[in-house]
Design a binder for this molecule. Structure first.
Ligand SMILES: Cc1cc2nc3c(=O)[nH]c(=O)nc-3n(C[C@H](O)[C@H](O)[C@H](O)COP(=O)(O)OP(=O)(O)OC[C@H]3O[C@@H](n4cnc5c(N)ncnc54)[C@H](O)[C@@H]3O)c2cc1C
Length: 1013
């Protein structure tokens, strides 16, 4: 075997396109005999062995466990002798026997390699996304002797400038890539030759003197290239760290914490329900205080001034303060002040039974999560200590005079109640001067509250070891001055100002982090306790919950019936059309089961429309009766704010027609209504971007939106759809199923931005295979012209080639955007964030007694999201603790097959620091799918590797709208893979796939753990 032999990902089933490495059964360097099993891989169906029918030694580069590798790509190599064995991270060999599909290494330089070459210095892949690098500098000269581990050059990757190390010995030789030239990953940058006399000194460039523009020749980095290995591996001989007090931690996180000596109480968990993951531990700081203290060199020598009189010797504490204050003169400080209104915090602290001082400390620590540098400090010489534990020193008057500064530890992670208990003990001991050294040493931040003493303004002095101190003065008309004095070597003025503004937010709106401290409906003589503006899913669910709790609630809706967009122009009418399209589609598959005589269908549009409209009207009428029955005062009219406790309800445009969106009124008729609290649930109509001709088309009716498509008198024969979101995709396929030739144009490079990438990609391919549906992405729409029935759409494709589409109508499905101006939000002081109303997870706006729910606050614009947020707002108004959690939200796109999701994709989970694994099954292996000819798509489960909790389930499958119910319970109930695996699913149903997937993933995790151990 002259060249390494590539062991490739085998195709172990006919549907398999890729596999996951589950375990390596042999180690790098092991002698391999014919027929040996070297690895196990997970296919789309099962975990299977990879056998090798050659002899040799297992060599790198080797794909790591858990990586996904395409069929035919190399997973490791066999070499002829033990001496040729390469490590797991070695570069892909230049030529590989039996490896046609593995891309070839870049060509050798034109001039050929110098005589005596022992090594090619190649452009390394220094990040998983890097495909090429720019030579920044050569750190060694031609002819230099190179030892193993020498840095020979620096290169700029897509992320940073990094060193190129060489792990061979030899003499650096040309031809050498020029500084500033671009070299593809794996491309040769220079050579090492055996002897000094073999060094080639002329010819500074590779590739014939041109700059090394080897981009096009670059071997694509293997699609499966693993992310950089985690720096810490577990050592099972170390006992896991103790469970943290206030949150869960995964067993792996505890193991790592023990090894890395990380205090889990100080670590913020980013896993489900705040659980600490291994990734959190890796990012955390060790328990120890910094030990790298430079030798004490006085920054300057203070002159000792001769002072008359007979001084007494200072006490130890006075001396310590004196020295520390003198040392603080070395800090280059500045001051920044912001005023905050403390009323809400004082009230909330009282309601929770905690001291205001502790509540302020907690608010300071929370604000530091957004501005961490406030908690760092300067360490001589020229070092910064970046800390994640927030230990706040706060002065207490000691009995007999003097100030003592106990330190309240772990303010960032400990619960408010715990901190309050700790503080009580500290104050008690501080008063008696009985603090232990660890109770006053090393604060990371300081707070000085002279406001209690009636001081209207002051600033305080930070001590070395902290970057900043907060001075709290007493509240005046403008509020309470909060002054930060900060060390400019660590924090700049803008950071301090931003920190203060975040802190001000936490002080003025404590419910956001302390939870409700009681009902949020202000007391007063209002017409209604709560007015809900908008009668869609968000407003109606909110109003019903409030009414059921005896709250006097008015629901103001500008339509004659509730239901909003969902009932009248959205979910329900579109699913009526979808149901008819399903019937047509399913009939076409009848022949597959031998059912004859049913396949020729004909759509009676008038009948379908009659059914659709009657369902909407029946549902609208039922909803109105229920609303009135539960004692909601339903008011028809368009509301706008006159103050933060009063709206005007404009009834001038009230109409009886429920199907169309209501026209705008002129304010000539209506009533003024006062309220204690308000909930804005006004939705988001379709948004039409400024495309030439779009407005004219809207006016003529040739361009339709999701508001107006319902006026069609017959389904179009040729249709253009702009926008590949849920609405565009659903409409495109429905009209194709009704017989139209449909072209869908999407500006972005993919459709369905909210859907898991593989699901969206497969759906695009499936729909593109349909006879009369074309999807084009990365397009640019240039112009729309024509009249209804004869429209023209000019567009450029992804390569800039111009096209014109002739169609009967254009559906503009380019998103939804709230229309906020008519609400006159400024009159109530409600802040907006871009195009939507700003609201927190409890659906509170910037005004504590005004809430925003549903489409009007952005995020997922879905009916069930609006409904959930309506219930969250109602709960918060009632004083209950409830939050909307997007990470557990779900959605279904009603195409065939349906795309659906609940929870996080692996990509989203990883972005949140969760060590996620996924397992998937193609629908093509399922018997029921085969029977029904519904074999397109897949189901995927995403789980937290450490806790085994299911954090996401993703579908491209017919019947996903039903199957997702179980997945929603898995994610919302924090179910584990074990629970899903052990559940008894009935046969033959597609729910069995969930158990199958869970068991398969557990088996993979078990095996890879065993091998690692
Ligand atoms: C074609 C289409 C298909 C869809 N399919 C689905 C689906 O399958 N699943 C899904 O979950 N979602 C779907 N949606 C989205 C869903 O319709 C919305 O997300 C949902 O209706 C939002 O609810 P909402 O309560 O926030 O607002 P809306 O339902 O828009 O309700 C707001 C109500 O407030 C009224 N209003 C506005 N301003 C005022 C004012 N100042 N005073 C009084 N009244 C006012 C409006 O007229 C409206 O009646 C679809 C949308 C469309 C367009």
């Amino acid at each position: 075997m002259s060249e390494p032999y590539a062991i490739k990902m085998p195709q172990l089933s006919d549907t398999m396109t890729e596999g996951v490495i589950v375990s390596w059964e042999k180690n790098i360097g092991d002698k391999i005999e014919r027929g040996d099993i070297v690895a196990t891989v997970e296919t789309d169906k099962a975990i299977m062995d990879v056998e090798v029918f050659r002899e040799g030694y297992l060599s790198g580069p080797q794909q790591p466990v858990d990586s996904t590798v395409h069929v035919g790509h190399a997973i490791a190599y066999l070499v002829a002798s033990a001496g040729e064995v390469q490590g797991a991270d070695a570069a892909v060999p230049a030529e590989t026997e039996g490896d046609a599909e593995v891309e070839a290494a870049p060509e050798a330089p034109k001039g050929g390699e110098p005589e005596g070459t022992v090594h090619h210095v190649k452009m390394p892949q220094l990040s998983d996304t890097m495909t090429e690098g720019v030579v920044v500098s050569w750190e060694k000269e031609l002819g230099d002797k190179i030892e193993r581990g020498t840095v020979v050059a620096t290169v700029e990757t897509d992320k940073a400038i990094m060193d190129v190390e060489v792990f061979r010995e030899g003499y650096l030789s040309g031809p050498m890539a020029e500084v500033d030239s671009v070299v593809a990953v794996g491309g040769t940058m220079a050579f090492l030759v055996e002897k000094p006399e073999q060094v080639v000194r002329e010819g500074f460039s590779l590739s014939g003197g041109a700059k090394a523009e080897s981009k096009s020749e670059a071997p694509a980095a293997p699609a499966t290239r693993p992310a950089a290995a985690a720096p810490v591996t577990t050592d099972s001989s170390v006992a896991p760290a103790a469970r943290p007090h206030n949150k869960p931690a995964t067993p792996y996180a505890r193991q790592l914490a023990a090894q890395m000596r990380v205090n889990l109480n100080n670590v913020k968990g980013t896993g489900p329900s705040g659980e600490i993951t291994a990734e959190d531990v890796r990012h955390a700081r060790p328990v120890e205080r910094p030990t790298e203290i430079a030798e004490q060199v006085p920054a300057h020598v203070m002159p000792e001034i001769q002072v008359p009189g007979h001084g007494r010797a200072m006490t130890a504490m006075e001396k310590a303060v004196s020295h520390s204050m003198t040392a603080s003169l070395t800090l280059p400080t500045f001051h920044v002040t912001v005023n905050a209104k403390p009323g809400a915090l004082i009230k909330a602290a009282k309601a929770k039974g905690v001291s205001v001082t502790v509540a302020i400390a907690k608010a300071c620590a929370l604000a530091m999560q957004k501005h961490p540098s406030m908690n760092w400090c300067y360490q001589p010489v020229d070092k910064l200590v970046e800390r994640s534990n927030v230990d706040i020193g706060m002065a207490v008057s000691a009995d007999g005079g003097g100030l003592v500064v106990p330190v309240l530890r772990n303010c960032e992670s400990a619960e408010l109640e715990e901190l309050n208990e700790a503080w009580k003990g500290l104050v008690d001991r501080a008063r008696k001067r009985r603090l232990a050294p660890e109770e006053y040493a090393n604060p990371t931040f300081m707070v000085s509250n002279m406001g209690m003493l009636g001081v209207s303004y002051f600033d305080a002095i930070p001590t070395p070891g902290t970057a900043a101190i907060l001075a709290i003065s007493s509240a005046g008309a403008e509020g309470m001055p909060l002054t930060i004095t900060a060390d400019h070597r660590v924090v700049n003025g803008a950071e301090a100002a931003m920190y203060l503004n975040t802190l001000k937010g936490y002080i003025e709106q404590p419910e956001e982090w302390m939870g409700p401290t009681g009902p949020a409906i202000p007391e007063g003589d209002w017409d209604y306790d709560v007015v809900v503006i908008g009668g869609g899913p968000g407003g109606e669910d909110c109003a019903r919950d409030l009414a059921e709790h005896g709250i006097k609630v008015a629901m103001i809706n500008d339509a004659p019936f509730p239901g909003g967009e969902c009932l009248w122009r959205g979910c329900i009418p579109s699913k009526a059309w979808r149901a008819a399209a399903d019937r047509i589609r399913d009939r076409a598959d009848d022949a597959h089961l031998g059912v004859e005589g049913t396949t020729k269908t004909k759509l009676d549009w008038a009948k379908l429309e009659q059914t659709r409209r009657s369902v909407l009207e029946t549902r609208g009428d039922m909803a109105l009766k229920t609303d009135k029955g539960v004692k909601i005062k339903v008011i028809q009219g368009f509301a706008w704010f006159e103050s933060d406790h009063r709206v005007f309800v404009d009834t001038s445009a009230n109409a009886d027609e429920p199907h169309a969106r209501q026209p705008a009124g002129d304010g000539s008729k209506g009533e003024h209504i006062t309220f204690g609290a308000a909930v804005i649930a006004t939705g988001a109509p379709p948004f039409v971007p400024p495309i030439e001709g779009a407005d004219k088309g809207l006016a003529s009716g040739g361009v339709l939106t999701s508001d107006t498509v319902w006026t069609l008198q017959a389904p179009p024969k040729r249709l253009g759809v702009i926008g590949g979101g849920a609405i565009g995709m659903e409409m495109a396929q429905i009209f194709q199923d009704f017989g139209a030739k449909v072209t869908l144009l999407e500006g972005r490079d993919r459709v369905l931005a909210e859907v898991e990438p593989e699901v969206a990609k497969q759906l695009t391919a499936v729909l593109n295979d349909e006879p009369n549906l074309d999807i084009h992405t990365s397009v640019k729409i240039k112009k729309i012209t024509g009249k209804p029935g004869a429209m023209k759409l000019a567009w450029d494709d992804s390569e800039g080639k111009a096209h014109t589409l002739s169609c009967d109508y254009v559906i503009m499905a380019t998103g939804k955007r709230p229309v906020l101006e008519p609400l006159r939000l400024a009159e109530a002081g409600v802040a907006v964030d871009g195009h939507v109303i700003k609201a927190d997870a409890r659906c509170r706006t910037s005004v504590p007694h005004i809430f925003g729910v549903g489409d009007v606050i952005g995020g997922y614009m879905l009916a069930h999201t609006a409904g959930q947020q309506g219930r969250v707002a109602a709960a918060t108004l009632l004083g209950e603790d409830m939050k909307y959690d997007q990470d557990k939200d779900s959605g279904v796109i009603f195409t065939r097959p349906q795309a659906a999701f609940v929870g996080l994709s692996a990509e989203q989970a990883k972005a949140k620091g969760i060590d996620a694994v996924e397992v998937k099954v193609p629908m093509s292996i399922d018997a029921k799918a085969m029977i029904n000819n519904e074999t397109h798509g897949l189901i995927k489960i995403v789980a937290d590797k450490a806790s085994h909790r299911v954090i996401g389930v993703h579908f491209l499958a017919d019947h996903a709208d039903t199957l997702i119910g179980e997945a929603v319970m898995m994610v919302s109930g924090n179910m584990s893979l074990e629970q899903v695996a052990h559940a008894i699913h009935p046969h033959p149903t597609q729910t069995e796939l969930f158990g199958e997937l869970a068991r398969r993933l557990l088996s993979r995790l078990r095996r890879s753990k065993k091998v690692k151990a």
